[in-house]
Design a protein around this ligand. Structure first.
Ligand SMILES: [Zn+2]
Ligand SMILES: [Zn+2]
Length: 385
């Protein structure tokens, strides 16, 4: 009995809890042709469900759209058509080079599945979750950051990926390769980033009461105080509260200044909110914001700071104003909406020796960090047996 259980567990571990993700790549192209080159390792070329050929390093395969099918040229057999063509890795660390007309070449880890839908190729990178996250971290944040900071980013990206995994279901993949989901334009050859995704493998942030991933809000710099979610989106979020963050106040993006002609400010307030200079005089240009507020001057005027930020393209809503001749001068703090994790603060915490869990739990309250795959395996087990 015990052996059977172990056997079943292993079966589950390799099949059901596999961490493969389907990521649509080159999703903005309308290509009908792709050239794939085995860059590292080796692959099985699979047409529909049958193995056609083994592909070794250096081998190039061209796949074309053929109506609603896809075709490729096989050694000794010529051009053959299939509903789908896959390249499945047969060794660890296998990589393919992707080349389509008019686009820069890209290298991605692991496998690929190609189909033809609505007159174009759908190219799906079937990739191990941690390989995918390494690519995202490099595409989005770049190199040279502290290891514990990369671990927090991996935790957040993984949480995001699992929360949004049904986003592109209709198109035949889970997430796209653009910032719409998470930028993913290459494999990562950065050892530190790979180390961070491996070290946090399976870990995600969930709410206190469920195993569901949270929404991982973040911005570049909170300006010294994080922002309530309701100030930005009109709705409260359980695990987001406003608090003082002193880790980010000495960085480049901690402060900003902007001068705007008074007439522009005045006409915006009058036109959209009926707030007139004749009534308020110079008070209209003098606003002190020592701690974060939702409204300009006073809530009774009904001018949300987020509207001003949008209209005047301000770096943040965390600013004070004063009058200077024909101009209103804005002195602001931070960069971004300020909700959730503050990237520059998190980076400074990592430099000061805090670990990734401490950093994540500093920026999100009422949350837990769990291993997603283990948690969901045991849930399935309880339901099934
Ligand atoms: Zn997307
Ligand atoms: Zn901050």
């Amino acid at each position: 009995m015990r052996f059977i259980f172990i056997h079943i567990f292993l079966l589950f571990a390799s099949v059901s809890i596999g961490q493969l993700m389907d990521i649509g790549v080159f999703t903005r192209s309308r290509t009908f042709y792709i050239e794939l080159k085995v860059e590292e390792g080796s692959y099985s070329l699979i047409g529909d469900t049958s193995v056609l050929e083994e592909l070794n390093k250096g081998r190039i395969i061209v796949i074309r759209r053929s109506g609603s099918k896809v075709s490729c040229n096989l050694t000794g057999k010529g051009e053959m058509m299939f509903p789908s063509i896959r390249l499945v890795p047969t060794t660890n660390n296998s990589k393919l080079r992707y080349k389509i007309p008019k686009w820069k070449e890209r290298i991605y880890d692991d496998g690929v599945k190609i189909t033809s839908v609505s007159g174009k190729l759908i190219i799906v990178n079937q990739v191990d979750m941690d390989d995918y996250l390494s690519g995202v971290l490099l595409s989005e944040g770049g190199r040279g950051k502290p290891l514990e900071y990369y671990k927090v980013q991996a935790l957040m990206s993984r949480t995001y990926a699992l929360k949004n995994r049904d986003r592109h279901k209709k198109e035949g993949y889970q997430l796209c390769d653009n910032v719409h989901c998470q930028a993913y334009h290459k494999t990562s050859n950065d050892e530190k980033i790979r180390k961070a995704t491996r070290a946090t493998s399976g870990l995600i942030i969930v709410t206190k009461t469920s195993n569901e991933p949270i929404s991982t809000y973040f911005s570049a710099n909170c300006g010294g105080q994080t922002c309530e979610a309701s100030y930005v989106w009109n709705t409260d979020v359980d695990y987001i509260t406003s608090f003082i963050d002193t880790f980010c106040i000495h960085t480049k993006q901690a402060k900003w200044i902007k001068k705007i002609p008074k007439y522009q400010w005045k006409s915006f307030l009058e036109k959209h909110y009926g707030v007139k200079e004749e009534k308020y005089g110079n008070l209209l240009y003098n606003f002190k914001q020592e701690s974060r507020k939702a409204f300009y001057i006073h809530p009774s005027l009904g001018v949300p700071l987020r509207d001003l930020r949008k209209k005047f393209r301000l770096k943040s809503t965390f600013f004070s104003t004063r009058s200077e001749g024909d101009y209103i001068v804005l002195e602001g703090r931070g960069f971004g909406h300020g909700v959730g994790l503050c990237q520059e603060g998190a980076m400074e915490m990592a430099r000061q020796g805090f670990n990734f869990k401490q950093i994540a739990l500093f920026y999100f309250s009422n949350v837990r960090i769990i291993n997603y795959y283990k948690a969901h395996f045991f849930e399935q087990q309880e339901e099934g047996w």
